[in-house]
Design a protein around this ligand. Sequence first.
Ligand SMILES: Cc1ncc(COP(=O)(O)O)c(C=O)c1O
Length: 350
Amino acid sequence: MVEHMIDLRSDTCSQPTEAMREAMARAPVGDDVYGDDPTVKELEAEVAALLGTEDAVYVPTGTMSNQIAVRAHTEPGDAVLLDQGAHIYMNEAGAMAALAGVLPRLLPGLRGVFSADDVRAALGVPSRFSVSTISTPVKLLCLENTHNGGGGKIWALDQIKAVTGAARERGVPSHLDGARLWNASVATGIPEKTYAESFDSISVCFSKGLGAPVGSALCGRRDFVKRARRFKQQFGGGFRQAGIIAAGALYALLHNRARLAEDHAHAKMLAEGIHDCPGIVLGVAAIETNIVRFKITSLAAGEFAERLYAKGLRVLPAGADGIRAIPYLNITCAQIREAIEIIRTVTASV
Ligand SMILES: Cc1ncc(COP(=O)(O)O)c(C=O)c1O
């Protein structure tokens, strides 16, 4: 193995900085299950204020946060409307079926973005001749912003309002998988709070671009978060002196949001540096935030990833011909230049 690997598999591969480690070492802690960890409470208050929600609950992962939301909005046998490439559906180990017992109703999103008409079509038109006991009731709509599978695609605010409005007209609440909501806000200048207004619950992650080692928060109205706390415990998320890790999340929230612009610039730089390589299919204009997704046509994605790895670059193969690369806070401009060189060398040699 090459000694200095450049790891662009995911922004979750980030390492805590020295200042973050110091904040964690000093954090006052208590038993979070008894509700008396001061650092967890401070983090929850801070993130709720930032998103403009009444309350928030700190949980171990984005997966748990999303799945608690799905469980808290539904009952077993209900259906959830979401994009065909949604992380909640595709990449959370089947949890919506296993833990909440709900059915996915998939929407035909383009890079994760669907329309209000898609939502209306899925909800159908009620009539007095419908037999209400036959159909599977849709109890939740989920959106993902930015969209991971869609290559960091940002939802337009108008479109968010249109789709969540179409659901609300029919009494269906909306949940936002905002694992990378910070990236959408930094890229557009639209505050997180403004995005959050359209939703009944919002999940955000501290462990991705913000660089904290652990944790996510589920935000919403006080009664919703109270119900969510019950499922946090039921899913095994009662983590006692969690203030140690919450301190890293709090540090990340307060210090690392604005710098995401640097990751966006690095993603663009990477895309511009490789889009004309033989066998690579990549639209530079599609790079809106920190995720670079492209197709490789000259060899299988897994084999391409192996060859890059042999030269010191890690990327994530996705399917037969997809590759994902994500810069983050420990990745320097020089490393992006090196990554471009490695990709150019490998593609030229196929
Ligand atoms: C859009 C999205 N939602 C949720 C998650 C889940 O987060 P975690 O890995 O903390 O469970 C991820 C993880 O990459 C993600 O990309």
